[in-house]
Design a protein around this ligand. Sequence first.
Ligand SMILES: [Zn+2]
Ligand SMILES: [Zn+2]
Length: 283
Amino acid sequence: MEKEKILVGAHTSIAGGVFNAIYEANRIGANTFQIFTANQRQWSAKPISKEDAKKFKQAKFDNGIKKVVSHNSYLINLGSPKKESLELSRKTFLEEIKRCHALEIDYLVFHPGSALTSTEEECLDTISESILSFESEVKKGKTKLLLETTAGQGSNVGYKFEQIDYIIKKVKHKIPIGVCLDTCHIFAAGYDIRTKKGFDKTFEEFDSVIGLKYLNAFHVNDSKADFESRKDRHESLGKGKIGIDTFKFLMKDKRFQNIPKILETPIDALWLEEIEMLKKFAG
Ligand SMILES: [Zn+2]
Ligand SMILES: [Zn+2]
């Protein structure tokens, strides 16, 4: 029974139709997964048709999928100092919320934003305003928005728990909000999770700064880049600079048992093995 509760999956492809992600999840032994609901490198996308939504929900039920996560487009910058790109980002995000609602997606994960020419604090304020502007749309469905921890590459914000907390505090009274923690990103950002001591310290810090109740999803990735490199380069589990032990700590931790853990590791041919391994770590 215990094993049933463990939620492990990967970022699966929607090529050929959004429901195909579910068959792919099933093939790799996943009971949760993440998708792009549309092409993540294009600004405009079609809304989800009623027929596709119906097929998706049926396939989800038939395959015993528990939680579904969407990852928004990489083009969106909710903290942009440029008026035009900010407006386009907000409009595109709203469309993503609509697609998530149509598919009854549990969590919409997004990178907070990039400061570009502004200061980090200005960027965090703009992101908070952007999120607040989604209030009426978010309330129409059950999808919760999850801020993703970042590696801090370029001018990306969200690489410190304090920055994530800053946004949460500004929006939580109006928006259902949580966090998706990416193991590769926090490691590159300077949270040393390689040893049990460091792992425990990191989550103590997460709890005291943000609060563990906000932790709703994990991206489970090893890192090609070094500790504190501020570079976002995913690696297959155990083959990178983090090492396999961290994923054992993660899977054995009872606090995180019911939280979806999504692989975004680069070799999809290994997902079946990686999921099998993670389940074994959980015991
Ligand atoms: Zn991401
Ligand atoms: Zn990444």
